[in-house]
Design a protein around this ligand. Structure first.
Ligand SMILES: [Zn+2]
Length: 337
């Protein structure tokens, strides 16, 4: 079903409703499949801009980004709650929230995920033709701040959001997912850098595009956008997120090492080749993973006195990475007996 919502002199506003909007049974079916994955999950939604910051007004002043962001975020909130998750937002009205406050509130919220919702504008002022959907994660592979789980979430959201909107991904990457370093090298977006929970930022479409601006102001289309993000989150969660936990430290007097063990749990199974261990940000290769009992053992020289930070990265066989995992150890100047 193609809806023709309104016509301006030159552009027809066209979008397609997701099948779950057209057939209530399909919607019930989808919620039944994915609801178990939302249990106990909290989402922090951040509609970009607002109040004092209403600079991106879109094509002919028609689609004000701050308002469109809020509309999409509020619709997404409803879908997540319907699925059984919980939601906190940086703003639920047209209010001013400073960028650093958005991250600070999110970090205190106890949320599992942070999704910042934006709509794009081109660099060139008179560009009324550029339009695509893109999703950002913080930092790049080679960088210490890079958390692969953020790229996982971005990939799933990007694919379903772009599909729901029938937009292509941005031209600079295979599917429209990007590191925020592509925009601000070695810095990224401050809202992603300062947010310590897994975070992504979506740029759903361009408010400045003549055709896109027409549909971005239609409530139903904002719900279609939100549905796209929601579907992406559903499929991301269904593919599982490995859990890492500390088990114990044992002193090994024969080789003067500390044996530190961690459990890595995932219902799909762990991809052994994905496991990486860093100690104080340096790649550490003296570890062993036993796929049978799912225990990772690290042999750490007991002579390295003082405080250290162990970081573990691991993915399941479906390619989803664990949440950021850091564990502090303190090696005393004498091995405990
Ligand atoms: Zn924005």
């Amino acid at each position: 079903m193609i809806l023709i919502v309104g016509c301006s002199s030159s552009v027809k506003t066209v979008y397609e409703l997701p099948v779950e909007f057209r057939f209530p049974d399909k919607r019930t079916e989808l919620l039944k499949i994915f609801s178990p994955y939302f249990k106990g999950k909290k989402f922090f939604l951040d509609p970009g801009h607002g109040r004092k910051d209403r600079n991106n007004i879109g094509y002919m002043g028609n689609a004000i980004e701050a308002d469109v962001n809020l509309n999409v975020a509020l619709a997404l909130k409803m879908f997540i709650i319907e699925a059984g998750g919980t939601v906190e937002m940086s703003r639920e009205k047209d209010t001013t929230v400073e960028l650093k406050d958005r991250s600070a509130i999110a970090n205190k919220s106890g949320a599992d995920f942070f999704i910042s919702i934006h709509h794009n504008a081109p660099n060139e002022k008179n560009d009324t033709w550029t339009n695509y959907t893109s999703t950002y994660y913080h930092a790049k592979d080679s960088d210490n701040e890079f958390e692969p789980c953020q790229r996982d979430l971005a990939k799933y959201i990007q694919r379903d959001l772009a599909y729901a909107m029938r937009n292509s991904g941005g031209p600079g990457s295979f599917d429209g997912t990007y590191s925020d370093y592509n925009i601000y090298p070695r810095e990224g977006f401050s809202v992603l850098r300062l947010t310590k929970i897994p975070a992504v930022l979506v740029e759903c479409g361009f408010t400045t595009n003549e055709y896109e601006s027409e549909r971005l102001v239609v409530d139903e289309f904002n719900r279609v956008e939100a549905w796209g993000i929601f579907r992406g989150v559903c499929r991301y969660l269904a593919n599982g997120i490995p859990e890492i936990r500390f088990i114990k430290t044992i002193a090994n007097y024969s080789n003067n090492n500390l044996n530190i063990s961690f459990g890595i749990k995932d219902s799909a199974g762990i991809d052994m080749n994905s496991i990486k261990v860093f100690i104080d940000s340096v790649f550490f290769k003296s570890f062993n993973f036993n796929p049978k009992d799912k225990i990772l053992s690290i042999d750490y020289p007991a002579a390295n006195y003082g405080g250290h930070i162990i970081r573990i990265i691991a993915a399941n066989i479906k390619g989803n990475y664990a949440f950021p995992f850091y564990y502090n150890i303190f090696v005393e100047n004498k091995m405990d007996r």
